[in-house]
Every structure is written in structure tokens, then in C-alpha cells.
Design a protein around this ligand. Structure first.
Ligand code: HEC
Ligand code: HEC
Length: 230
């Protein structure tokens, strides 16, 4: 791991402050150890499937662990205020169990910016699966994307940081459209920005390079955003 990233995370964990979208109003700030002594010990080996699904005690432990460690970004009762993805929408299958486990352990660190701190060393495997069991009880089917372009934005991972009307990690798409409405060069500039990533237009939090998304898709997404993201 790059030294400055480690420093950033260390500081973030030590102070409970993370340097990204951190104007956070909910819940406790410092990561909290979770008492899992009432749960069946799982040992060292990582499980690929939630062993506690539906277990009442795990749900109880997970509820409190969620409120202490996750709610400040993902929202009270897992109702996201737009700062971080809505965890009620996670699918309930095994593939998503693995994705969940690894997301929480590793956090979301891209290009040196900590969007979510890694919980490895803070949360035990038992605690992570307990939180997942709690989130199962909050599960809601996602309303299908409203149209083809919204679906493309979702598939391209844009919607983990952006929403149409509300500010998330990044600006609301309608704010972007408004800001550049009179700017003829905006689309070309935004394409470069999406490919390279960067900060400064809306704040200090950088957008990671989105260059894994095909250029043609980026162009269509920009046109869609500039037209109001309808
Ligand atoms: C400091 C804010 C913050 C905290 C605290 C936090 N998260 Fe996150 N989390 C985020 C952000 C922002 C993202 C989206 C980042 C990205 O996509 O790069 C995210 C993404 C995720 C994802 C992937 C979701 C998806 O739809 O792809 C999962 C799962 C997740 N978080 C679970 C948790 C759990 C469980 C906790 C508590 C143990 C937690 N997070 C604590 C900010 C946070
Ligand atoms: C991990 C979070 C994240 C993801 C994923 C992400 N963005 Fe962003 N985006 C940001 C942030 C943060 C900013 C604000 C950057 C700044 O202040 O210059 C931003 C800014 C923007 C802007 C305005 C840029 C400017 O200079 O005004 C557009 C347009 C945009 N994003 C579109 C997209 C699209 C399209 C995708 C998907 C292909 C995407 N974003 C994926 C976080 C993200």
C-alpha cells in the first residue's frame, strides 16, 4: 500500500474523520469494536456465504454494529441520504455476500482517496456477517432504472457517487447541467475529466478516473447529463 494512503487511513481511523465526503450528520464517528461473544465463532477461514442469515441474535448484534460503524455514511436504518450507496438495494445472493465482505474489509480507496475506510482489523468476520444479516432485514428491491441511460449510468458505476437531484460523493447531475448550460466546450472538457478523474470543480474530493468505461458510453452519459439526466 502506498505510504500516503496508509497515512490517510491511519489518520482517518485515529480521528474518525475521513477526508472525503465527510460532512456527516449521522451516528457515531469513531469505528467501534463489536461484541460478538454471543455469536457462533467462525474461525479464521473466510466464508463466502453469510452463515448467520436469518439468525435473530446476529441481526441484533448487526443492528448495533451497523449503527455504530456504517450509519454515518450509509444512513440511519440503512436509508441512504445520498452520501453513500443505499445498502438496502444489495442483492441477497452468494456473489453479493462475497462482494459485501470484501467491500467492508478493504474499504473503498481509489487513487489515494478514502471513500470508505477499510474495516479489516476493526470488524471481525462475525461482525461483518452480522451486519449483513441486519441489512437483509432492510432489503428492498430496487426499482428498475427509469430508462436506458439511467441503466447505463448504473452499469458504469456512476450512481454509486452521483444522483440526479441530490448531492452524493459527487455533484447532482442536474447541478452539473445547470453549471455548464452556457458553456459550449463543456462536453469536451467533461470527457477529459471523466477519463482522467480529478477534483476542484465541486470540492476537494476527487472523482476517480472512469477510463474503464468505454469512451462512447462516457460521451452518451455526458450528453444525457447535460440534457438534464431525464
Ligand atoms: C466514511 C463513510 C463510510 C463509512 C463509515 C462506511 N461506508 Fe460503505 N461506502 C461508502 C462510500 C462513499 C461507498 C461508495 C464508494 C465507491 O463506490 O467508490 C461505500 C460503499 C460500500 C459498499 C458497496 C456498495 C455498492 O453498492 O457497491 C458496501 C457493501 C459498504 N459500503 C458497506 C459498508 C458497511 C457495512 C459499513 C460499516 C461497517 C460501511 N460501508 C461504512 C462510505 C462509507
Ligand atoms: C467514486 C465516486 C465517483 C464515481 C464512481 C463517479 N464520479 Fe463523477 N464525480 C465525483 C466527484 C467527487 C466529482 C466532483 C469532482 C470535482 O469537484 O471536480 C465528480 C464530478 C463529476 C462531473 C462534473 C465534473 C466537473 O468538472 O464539473 C460529472 C459530469 C461526473 N462526475 C460524471 C460522472 C459519470 C458519468 C460517472 C460514471 C461514468 C461518474 N461521474 C462516476 C465522484 C464520482
Amino acid at each position: 500500500m502506498h505510504a500516503s494512503i496508509r497515512f490517510l487511513i491511519g489518520l482517518a481511523l485515529a480521528t474518525g474523520a475521513i477526508f472525503s465526503p465527510m460532512v456527516l450528520a449521522h451516528g457515531d464517528v469513531t469505528p467501534q469494536a463489536v461484541d460478538v461473544s454471543t455469536l457462533k465463532p467462525l474461525g479464521e477461514q473466510k466464508r463466502d456465504e453469510n452463515p448467520f442469515r436469518g439468525d435473530k441474535e446476529a441481526i441484533r448484534v448487526g443492528t448495533s454494529a451497523y449503527n455504530q460503524n456504517c450509519a454515518r455514511c450509509h444512513g440511519l436504518e440503512a436509508i441512504s441520504g445520498g452520501i453513500a450507496p443505499d445498502l438496502r438495494k444489495l442483492d441477497l445472493d452468494k456473489e453479493t455476500d462475497i462482494y459485501f465482505r470484501d467491500s467492508v474489509w478493504r474499504g473503498k480507496v481509489r487513487n489515494g482517496a478514502v471513500y470508505m475506510p477499510p474495516f479489516e482489523g476493526i470488524l471481525s468476520q462475525e461482525a461483518i456477517w452480522a451486519i449483513r444479516s441486519y441489512l437483509d432485514t432492510r432489503h428492498e428491491e430496487e426499482a428498475g432504472p427509469v430508462n436506458e441511460m439511467a441503466a447505463l449510468a448504473k452499469k458504469s458505476n456512476c450512481l454509486s457517487c452521483h444522483a440526479v437531484d441530490t448531492r452524493g460523493v459527487g455533484p447532482a447531475y442536474r447541478e452539473v447541467a445547470k453549471k455548464y448550460a452556457k458553456d459550449k466546450n463543456a462536453e469536451a472538457r467533461l470527457l477529459t475529466k471523466l477519463k482522467k478523474g480529478g477534483s476542484g470543480s465541486w470540492g476537494k474530493v476527487p472523482m476517480p478516473p472512469m477510463d474503464s468505461v468505454p469512451e462512447q458510453d462516457l460521451k452518451s452519459l455526458i450528453k444525457w447529463i447535460m440534457a438534464g439526466a431525464n
